[in-house]
Structures are given as C-alpha cells and as structure tokens.
Write a protein that binds this ligand. Structure first.
Ligand SMILES: *[C@@H]1O[C@H](CO)[C@@H](O)[C@H](O)[C@H]1NC(C)=O
Length: 282
C-alpha cells in the first residue's frame, strides 16, 4: 500500500516537472534530454501524464507537440529537403519565367513553420490556409527574408472548406507538405485543392503514408485503431494518401517514393518513413 502511495507521489512530482518543462521552449533541462536521447521517452511520459486531463489537457498537449515539432523538425527536414529542389523545380521555373505576366498565386495549406519558402518562386502572391493561428507570426517573421513573396491572405481555417476565402479556379499552385496525415477530412481537402486550382494548375505534395504490408504496417494499424498515435501526435494518422490523391480527379498525378532513414534518437520517424512526393495537375 505504502509502495503505491510513494509511487503515486513520485509520478505526481515527475509529472509536475514535465508539465513545467513544456512551458519553456528552451530550457537547459530540455537541452539535456535532447542531447542524451531522452527526449522521446520524456515526450511519451508527458503525453501519458496529460491523458487523465482529457480535453482539458489538449492545450498542454498541443504545446508539447509544438516543442516536439521543433525538436524533430530539423531531423525530418534533413531527410526531406534533398527531395525538395526536384519537387519544386517546375514551380520555381514557372515563377521566374513569367516576366511579362503577373506573379503566380500560390496557396500553401498547413504551412506550419514555413519550411518551403526556399523553394518558392522569387516573386509570388501567397495565400496561407493554416488552422493554427499562432503560425501567423512565424510566417510574417520568415517572410522578411523573402521580399518577393507577398502575403495576400492568412486564413486560420481548415482546408476542408475554403469556399468562404478562395474562389474556384484562382490559384496557380497549391503546396502541402506533411499535411494530409493530420487534417480532419483528407478527401474534402483534396477536393478543395482541386476546386481552387486554375485549369492546368499544380498541386505540389510531400506526404508520409502507411507502410507496405509488414510488421510495421500492423503496428501502424494498431496505433491507428487504438488512436494512440493520433493522440500522441496531435491528430497525425496513417493513410494510403498517395492512392487518395490519385482518386481525386486530377488530370495527371506524378509521384515518387522516398524512404527516410532514422536514428535511435528519432524512433517515431520509423513509423513515418515511407513517403510520397509529387505533382498533381488539374
Ligand atoms: C483519409 O482517407 C482514407 C482513405 O484513404 C479514409 O479511410 C480515412 O478515413 C480518411 N481520414 C480522414 C481523417 O479523413
């Protein structure tokens, strides 16, 4: 009995420490955890600790997920960025060649921490649809380094229904990288992407998908069924997204496979290591 009491108190103290930590973007303790490969166990413990809070804990979980993204982001980007020049070559070229015409209108859905700006055309009109309004500051801040990109609109709504902010057939290029895993309805998002594009307009995507039949796919199915992954990763889930894109009704879909390599430090990457990237043309 006493043992459980002590265990309870210990967990409570540990939990409080953990909750304290997530309120700091940068703390020496966080740095220590990251440096010694303890960040992921820490993140699991934190998520479990917030479990009994249910909906009340959502804000804390989102905050901790943001921190998580800031830790995992650079690791992920190191793996993904080598594919981006190839993916966005056509977009850059189209933007640069339109000297006489107007700059391209680009829509980025789920822009997050703006990892794609380096691959944008030098000059464009940018519309952002990003349900997390706190990214607006980051977009404005980062755009200072890209004077040719003019922010035409930032809408903090989901891309499932953009009818109130974007007219049909008005966008030259839609960009979405690592977005479709976390939307509320992937089918509606894709139908909206198709709607807003001009005829011949292009949708540039990079998504992680469910693994091919293997033990990993079985674990993913369990994580999906139990909603553990969705809960831990704030809405991310496993789907055969590349197949869904092909079924949406674009005139052509060109895509390529990529596999991320992962390190001990970034174990969760093992589950999102099967990726597809490509261009769907309306
Ligand atoms: C995403 O698409 C799949 C079909 O590939 C569907 O089964 C699933 O329910 C969709 N998920 C969401 C969240 O829209």
């Amino acid at each position: 009995m006493q043992f459980f009491l002590y265990l309870f108190i210990a967990l409570l103290l540990l939990g409080n420490l953990v909750v304290l930590l997530i309120f700091q973007e940068k703390s020496p303790i966080l740095d220590f955890l990251i440096k010694h490969n303890w960040y992921f166990p820490y993140h699991v413990v934190l998520t479990l600790y917030l479990l009994p809070l249910g909906e009340f804990g959502r804000e804390l979980r989102e905050k901790s997920f943001m921190n998580f993204c800031h830790v995992i982001g650079p690791i992920l980007m190191k793996e993904i960025n080598p594919h981006k020049p190839e993916l966005f070559a056509g977009l850059k070229a189209a933007g640069e060649s339109g000297k006489s015409g107007k700059p391209l209108t680009v829509l980025e859905i789920g822009i997050g921490p703006c990892t794609n700006f380096p691959y944008y055309p030098g000059k464009c009109e940018l519309v952002v649809v990003e349900p997390e309004s706190f990214f607006r500051k980051e977009v404005e801040q980062k755009l200072k380094s890209y004077p040719g990109i003019h922010l035409k609109g930032f809408y903090d709504i989901g891309a499932e229904d953009m009818t109130s902010v974007i007219d049909s057939g008005t966008i030259d290029a839609v960009i979405g990288t690592l977005v479709l895993c976390s939307v509320n309805n992937n089918d509606s998002v894709l139908r909206e992407v198709l709607r807003v594009l001009k005829p011949g307009g292009k949708y540039y995507f990079y998504e992680h998908v469910k693994s091919k039949p293997s033990w990993k796919r079985k674990i993913q199915e369990f994580l999906h069924w139990s909603t553990i992954w969705r809960y831990w990763m704030c809405g991310c889930d496993f789907y055969d997204t590349h197949k869904l894109i092909k079924k949406t009704g674009f005139s052509t879909v060109e895509c390529k496979e990529a596999y991320l390599s992962y390190s001990k430090f970034s174990l969760p990457l093992e589950f999102i290591n099967h990726n597809y990237y490509g261009i769907a043309t309306k």
